[in-house]
Design a binder for this molecule. Structure first.
Ligand SMILES: C[S@@+](CC[C@H](N)C(=O)[O-])C[C@H]1O[C@@H](n2cnc3c(N)ncnc32)[C@H](O)[C@@H]1O
Length: 218
């Protein structure tokens, strides 16, 4: 009987090495498993990557996931948008896709005169629940931006930040935003720079010129 070349290895490993395709197959399974595991890791980024209502509900519901989502640069971004918009001294404001209401909170904190009406809409009920706590004087509505039932209302500031890159019908969304805007009012939208953005949770990617062209056509 021939002697095993590596007698110190466990028997199962020694047998495996004698089956020609087993090591590559094990490697393949391990690589696929690691990819699956990282895709299912419980991080806010991996969850929101799915870009579903369920994913956002989950992140907004959890204190720890929300803390991960509301990283300092995101809070600074809200403050920067709020700072610029506060200078417009809006009386009636709506934020479409308001998430947890942090942008509206920041705007109200900075506005020289408190707006008469502050409305936030999001399809995530857990986001809306958070927003109601964060800004009790606001009116927060669970709703789909394509089917807003606010037709009688007009706002002199319509906000929609970091939402259009997520939606399948962005032109219809812009249309809905414009319908909410009072004559002489402003619509403020932001999207990531599509020239640098390749995040899987997004479905639309515009660089600055493309976004201007898209808005001009909408
Ligand atoms: C990336 S988050 C941005 C949230 C917030 N505007 C911000 O700037 O952080 C996208 C938000 O859009 C909301 N959203 C996506 N599609 C929507 C739709 N059809 N109607 C209403 N809200 C929607 C999601 O629930 C989520 O809160």
């Amino acid at each position: 009987m021939s002697q095993s070349p590596e007698p110190s290895l466990p028997l199962v490993v020694r047998i495996a090495h004698r089956i020609p395709y087993l090591p590559p197959a094990v490697h393949f399974v391990r690589v696929r498993y690691n990819a699956w595991r990282s895709a299912h890791e419980r991080s806010a980024k991996n969850i929101t990557r799915k870009n579903t209502l369920r994913a956002y509900n989950r992140v907004y519901r959890s204190d720890s996931l929300l803390a991960e989502y509301l990283v300092p640069p995101r809070l600074e971004f809200y403050d920067e948008v709020a700072e610029r918009c506060a200078r417009l001294t809006p009386r009636r404001v709506i934020d479409v896709g308001c998430g947890t209401g942090h942008l509206l909170r920041s705007l109200v904190d900075r506005a020289p005169v408190e707006p008469q009406l502050v409305v936030g809409v999001d399809r995530s009920r857990t986001g809306i629940r958070r927003a109601r706590t964060l800004l009790p004087q606001g009116t927060f509505v669970v709703g789909d931006l394509y089917r807003l039932r606010l037709d009688a209302e007009r706002f002199d500031l319509v906000l929609c930040t970091e939402v259009l890159e997520h939606v399948r019908e962005p032109a219809l969304a812009v249309d809905a935003l414009c319908r909410l805007c009072a004559p002489g009012g402003r619509v403020a939208v932001t999207v990531p720079d599509g020239a640098q953005d390749s995040w899987e949770g997004h479905v639309n990617f515009w660089d600055e010129d493309e976004f201007r062209a898209f808005l001009a056509l909408s």
